[in-house]
Write a protein that binds this ligand. Structure first.
Ligand code: HEC
Length: 153
């Protein structure tokens, strides 16, 4: 009985998450474009931080600004994995079909990445390049953890 209530509650929460998101995209292609765009921007700013970390004298302000943007951007792509957007898009979506089935796993990988990104923004404010480098590595791992299972090559 308890289990059934729980699963009902979880189903309700899921619907509450999905319904408004779906209403925000007129067609599945729009959702695909939205998440690809958000990821592309996240990737661009990860690249900028990486570039600074490789420079002889990293510009901490550039790192701080990109880290703050990534923290905001990291909230965007996941609402766009809506039902009906499993295929299609231009360029075609690289999301594996499992993204749309393993909701709990994808959510936990998403939250892990968001937590690491939040830490990166905080560490960047401190300005210690070695600490930033270490946390940047943790962010990278959290991206890869999802891509390994849920993104096509
Ligand atoms: C929970 C899973 C997940 C996490 C975490 C994740 N990604 Fe992705 N990423 C995806 C999926 C799925 C796609 C394919 C999206 C599509 O094509 O519809 C993608 C696509 C991308 C792309 C290609 C975008 C394009 O041009 O189409 C980049 C770049 C990217 N991710 C970077 C990152 C970075 C950097 C992080 C970490 C800060 C990250 N991702 C974290 C799942 C994830």
């Amino acid at each position: 009985m308890k289990k059934k209530l729980l699963s009902l509650a979880a189903g309700g929460a899921l619907l509450a998450l999905i319904a408004p998101a779906q209403a925000q995209f007129a067609k599945p292609e729009d959702a695909i474009k939205y998440r690809q765009s958000a990821f592309a921007l996240i990737g661009n700013h990860m690249g900028r931080i990486n570039g600074q970390l490789k420079a002889p004298t990293p510009n901490v302000q550039v790192i701080q600004s990109s880290a703050a943007l990534i923290e905001t951007l990291s909230k965007l792509p996941f609402e766009a994995f809506i039902a009906g957007s499993e295929s299609g898009g231009n360029p075609p979506t690289r999301a594996k079909p499992e993204v749309f089935k393993d909701a709990a796993k994808v959510k936990s990988l998403t939250e892990k990445m968001q937590a690491e990104v939040g830490k990166l923004a905080a560490v960047a404010k401190g300005g210690d390049v070695n600490a930033i480098r270490a946390q940047f590595g943790e962010v990278g791992k959290s991206c890869k953890a999802c891509h390994d299972d849920y993104r096509k090559d």
